[in-house]
Structures are given as structure tokens and as C-alpha cells.
Design a protein around this ligand. Sequence first.
Ligand SMILES: [Zn+2]
Length: 79
Amino acid sequence: MIRLPPELLPLLYAVVLLAAVLVLWLAGEWRRARQRKRERRGLFPCRLCAEWIRHGGKAQLVRCKACGALNEPGRAVDL
Ligand SMILES: [Zn+2]
């Protein structure tokens, strides 16, 4: 077993906490980048079931094929 001096425990706690915050922040940025990439391809998420829907044409409302909800294209919902 590794023995640590008690003075290092607060530092170790801070390092572990900051590492967890960094990982969560990077995961959030990765998820947002994927969503922006899909939106550039004409896709947007359904506001009810989060299924990705392709926006085709000039229709103001697009029906989700998975749940049937009407969605407004281009109105991003952060899920
Ligand atoms: Zn849906």
C-alpha cells in the first residue's frame, strides 16, 4: 500500500476533483460538437424523444417519424 503524508491529502483531493471536472467538461464539449455537426447536415433533434429528424424543404413544422410530434426546424433544444 502506498503511504502518503497527511499534508498531501488536500492536494490529492483537489487534483482528483479538478480531473473529474475536466473530464465532464470535455465530454460536454464533445457532445455539443457532435450536435453542431449534425445540425450542419440538416438534422435537428425532436423536442420530445430526441430522435434526429432531417429538415426537408421549406415546411415550417416537421413531424417526427418516431413519436409523431410536430417540431420547428432550426430551434435547437439542449437536451
Ligand atoms: Zn420524436
